[in-house]
Design a protein around this ligand. Structure first.
Ligand code: C2O
Length: 584
């Protein structure tokens, strides 16, 4: 089966970009006006041509869905801090970073009494085409521009909000709950771990990219993407490893420089497997993330987060979890894991933006697979609002709904094959349970310490479901009330299997990988603040049960394998959750 993905963005720009053409980058003579069609949100006619196989259709990959507008039951969207009220930005960094605290104070320069916040005027200039790094690496003209732009950004005065370090502080502040919420100054904003994650980072890149373009006077300039989901892109791109380049950062795990293959399940040690095996595992993980996530957006995007809500017990999407592991894999191996390995410093490495460009591309891809219908029709998602600095250094306001229209943001991606989308090798991988054999029991009511792997027998709400039942409801494994006792880094992996077969669910073969919980290292301060926080992990298991013929089991064995950190969990159960496949 071959699956090709064309033009991930619903391009409503009047002039077409042809991703197949080798000479497709828009030249100055063929300027594309982008903002002419801002009103045609989500036209189902603009969905890209995608071929999907029948089984994927079953799981909701594909189909034709129109735009809908949602009910507004809550009216409690996330709002940005009010920069004119002289809010107190809590500094997210101190104790861990004594050497550089003076410029790592994580507050972007919003604190001006008279700052004017305006609604963002979407660009009417040329379409920007983000290309994979394997493509741009040998394009010397492009590379020159890219490096010059970054250099210029680093050279801006430190007080300029467009300065490279200032830009990284925006991420630091939003990612580390340094900014109080407008509605509740005691609560803070975090853009990780919820449905905010993908749209916030989309905007962050948008403005970063436009600032770079402005600095070199090129309104077609586009960031490249690190194609880490493609076997050709699974190493740290060499454009970032030249110590003489402005793209270089010396705070990385250099042991992971090429030819080391990235590990989506990284646990601070390199695994003793072949490159091919690692690539296959990565592809399988990506494949599961899409198969489970397409019919059930909360599994891909993350759970809902509203303004008056505490960001507790929201599950991140598995796309975010994979991205967490890549952060850790790139960052320094030692505490405090600068730069990429912890969110406060991550955006100080140029590779951050390349990583996120691909995360954003994968989201576009995901949206196209869903015919660009809204992931959530909830106004609290669509109206959630952020502020950024535009390319002129002015504070502008944007909301999530507008980020769903690629033509509004005036950019697209040059395609790259997505090998994980097709038939991923369905080879059962033998995974050993580390440590001693554990008794398989029901979870019970007691909280359990994950000091060793545990195996839990979990009852399924329904077995042998029909096609249409599966289309209407996805089967989701919940691991709830997760506590990371010191608030620091943690990881556990989850495997499932049927209890029946003799070679299955034994200590030697714990079944199929379903997903992970990954908490990035934090500063002492943030760790202290979050150490009693309960967290949730939701993993889709419908496709795994089907692919591996476990569909008829009454119960499944869930094996939870701790990898690092001190974690305990409060419950494991399975629930059927309504997909949005038939909700149009
Ligand atoms: Cu806000 Cu990759 O993180």
């Amino acid at each position: 089966m071959s699956l090709y993905f064309h033009s991930p963005s619903p391009s409503a720009c009047p002039l077409e970009y042809h991703p197949d053409s080798k000479h497709a980058l828009p030249s100055r003579s063929s300027r594309i006006r982008c903002a002419l069609n801002n009103n045609d949100m989500q036209s189902p006619l603009s969905s890209p041509p995608i071929k999907v196989d029948r089984r994927d259709m079953l799981l909701g990959l594909g189909g034709l869905y129109g735009a809908t507008t949602g009910m507004n039951a809550h009216a409690d969207p996330i709002m940005p801090p009010d920069p004119s009220s002289h809010y107190s930005c809590k500094l997210a960094v101190e104790d861990n970073f004594p050497r550089c605290s003076e410029f790592l104070q994580c507050c972007p320069p919003y604190q001006d009494q008279n700052v004017e916040v305006t609604d963002y005027t979407f660009p009417k200039t040329s379409l920007r085409v983000r290309r994979p790094i394997q493509d741009v690496a040998n394009d010397s003209e492009y590379m020159e521009k890219y490096k010059t732009a970054i250099q210029k950004m680093k050279a801006l005065p430190e007080t300029d909000p467009r300065n490279f370090i200032q830009q990284s502080k925006i991420h630091c502040a939003y990612c580390n709950e340094a900014l109080p919420k407008k509605c509740d100054p005691n609560a803070t904003i975090s853009v990780h771990n919820s449905w905010i994650f993908l749209p916030w980072h989309r905007y962050y890149l948008h403005f970063f990219e436009r600032i770079l373009g402005k600095l070199i006077g090129d309104d077609t300039f586009a960031l490249p993407y690190w194609n880490f989901d493609n076997p050709n892109g699974m190493t740290i791109p060499s454009i970032f490893t030249d110590p003489d380049s402005p793209l270089y950062d010396d705070r990385r795990d250099t042991g992971h420089y090429p030819p080391k293959i990235v590990d989506y399940k990284y646990k601070y040690t390199d695994r003793d497997v072949t490159d091919d095996a690692l690539i296959a595992e990565n592809l399988a993980y990506m494949s599961t993330t899409f198969k489970e996530g397409v019919p059930l957006p909360e599994l891909f995007m993350g759970d809902s987060l509203r303004a008056m809500e505490n960001p507790s017990n929201t599950s991140p999407g598995q796309m975010e979890v994979i991205h967490n592991s890549i952060h850790m894999w790139v960052g320094e191996s030692k505490v405090p894991h600068r730069d990429m390995g912890t969110f406060v410093t991550a955006a100080r490495d140029c590779i951050f933006y390349a990583l996120h460009a691909n995360v954003d591309r994968l989201w576009s891809f995901y949206r196209a697979l869903r015919s660009n219908r809204y992931e959530f029709k909830d106004r609290d998602w669509l109206d959630a609002t952020f502020i950024f600095f535009n390319e002129d250094g002015q504070v502008v306001r944007v909301k999530i709904e507008d980020s769903l229209n690629a033509s509004k943001l005036c950019y697209t991606y040059k395609e790259s094959p997505a090998p994980w989308l097709g038939q991923v090798a369905k080879k059962k991988t033998k995974v050993k349970i580390p440590g001693s054999q554990v008794q398989v029991n029901e979870f019970g009511s007691e909280r359990k310490e994950l000091d060793k792997a545990i195996q839990v027998l979990v009852k399924r709400p329904k077995k042998s479901r029909s096609k249409s039942e599966k289309e209407n409801e996805g089967e989701v494994l919940f691991i709830q009330d997760i506590i990371v006792s010191d608030g620091k880094k943690a990881r556990f992996d989850v495997y499932i299997d049927a209890p029946a077969a003799p070679d299955r669910a034994s200590a030697d073969n714990i079944g199929e990988f379903a997903g992970s919980f990954v908490k990035l290292p934090d500063t002492e301060q943030a760790a202290k603040a979050s150490k009693d926080k309960k967290r949730l992990l939701k993993l889709g298991i419908s496709s795994i049960l089907e692919d591996f013929g476990i569909e008829d089991a009454d119960n499944i064995v869930v094996t939870i394998v701790p990898q690092f950190g001190s974690v305990s969990i409060g419950g494991v159960f399975i629930k059927l959750i309504k997909t949005d496949v038939n909700s149009v």
